[in-house]
Design a protein around this ligand. Structure first.
Ligand SMILES: NC(=O)c1ccc[n+]([C@@H]2O[C@H](COP(=O)([O-])OP(=O)(O)OC[C@H]3O[C@@H](n4cnc5c(N)ncnc54)[C@H](O)[C@@H]3O)[C@@H](O)[C@H]2O)c1
Length: 258
């Protein structure tokens, strides 16, 4: 098989949690463009079905489904659905995130954040990985953030209505990077690779003052666009990266290298 064919995801089955969201929708599209059958799932099944229909109209194999990753039964139901429809799961992208905590003072929202962003991620992984172990094959990609590696720069947000974030986000984004290394170790013997991608900010019509300051912090002089994450996800999901596991790839235009 030539190297370009190894990037193909034809015949593979993928799940992207939170696949109707900002980065999730880019990831779903990238995996489907590479040939995978992709399930996109989050709490609002209607949104997922609508997002899937849009991509189906482009000829992509995308299926919308419901998932609340804070509930074990919901995760198990989705796993049963995918296995009954496809007989396997090759690729899991842990992308979903909930941002309930709006300020450092809102400690009452911390537990809910952990329920989804910590316990939920481990539970989704725990349940889906059983199928990968049976087949002795799989790729898991966790989505973190530059804020899993770096602290925040408060000057970016000055004079804007934007929030500089809350402590739970920095806590679980860093956690998911080292969780990646843990699972890479314990799943290596089953030929399941586990990697992480830490993207930078996706342009979403933020306050122009923020955008201008943010752009200056990157080597490439811009925020991420909808295409920027696709190549890294497809690479890590595919047979083009068979010896890469336990890695965290920064997809941030050089921001963290500056
Ligand atoms: N947007 C950015 O600029 C940015 C920057 C760096 C990293 N990231 C990372 O990208 C990933 C996605 O972030 P986003 O900004 O696209 O988020 P988003 O808010 O646009 O989407 C998050 C998705 O997760 C889903 N979700 C929330 N709670 C859930 C639950 N209990 N069960 C299942 N699904 C649930 C939501 O419904 C939504 O579909 C996260 O890992 C985030 O840290 C985003």
């Amino acid at each position: 098989m030539g190297i370009l064919e190894k990037f193909s995801l034809e015949g593979k089955v993928a799940l992207v949690t939170g696949g109707a969201g900002l980065y999730g929708s880019c990831i779903v599209e990238g995996l489907a463009e590479a040939g995978a059958t992709v399930y996109l799932a989050s709490r609002n099944a209607g949104n997922c079905l609508k997002a899937a229909e849009e991509l189906q109209r482009k000829g992509l194999k995308v299926i919308g489904a419901e998932l609340d990753q804070s509930e074990t039964e919901s995760i198990a139901r989705l796993k049963d659905k995918i296995i009954s429809e496809q007989s396997k799961i090759d690729i899991l992208v842990n992308n979903a995130v909930l941002r309930p905590m709006k300020s450092p003072e809102a400690i009452e929202d911390f537990d809910l954040s952990m329920k989804v962003n910590a316990t939920g991620v481990v539970n989704v992984t725990r349940i889906f990985v059983e199928e990968m172990k049976k087949k002795k094959s799989g790729a898991i990609i966790n989505i973190s953030s530059i804020y899993g590696v770096l602290g925040t720069d408060l000057s970016l947000y000055e004079e804007t209505e934007m929030s500089a974030g809350a402590p739970d986000y920095f806590f679980h984004r860093a956690g998911i990077i080292n969780l990646t290394r843990y699972y890479a170790a314990v799943l290596g013997p089953y030929n399941v690779r586990v990697n992480c991608i830490s993207p930078g900010g996706l342009f979403n019509n933020q306050d122009p003052r923020f955008v201008e300051r943010y752009n200056k912090k990157t080597f490439l002089g811009r925020m991420a666009n909808r295409e920027d994450i696709k190549g890294a996800v497809v690479f890590l999901a595919s047979d083009a990266s068979p010896y890469i596991t336990g890695e965290n790839i920064m997809v941030d235009g050089g921001l963290s290298a500056k």
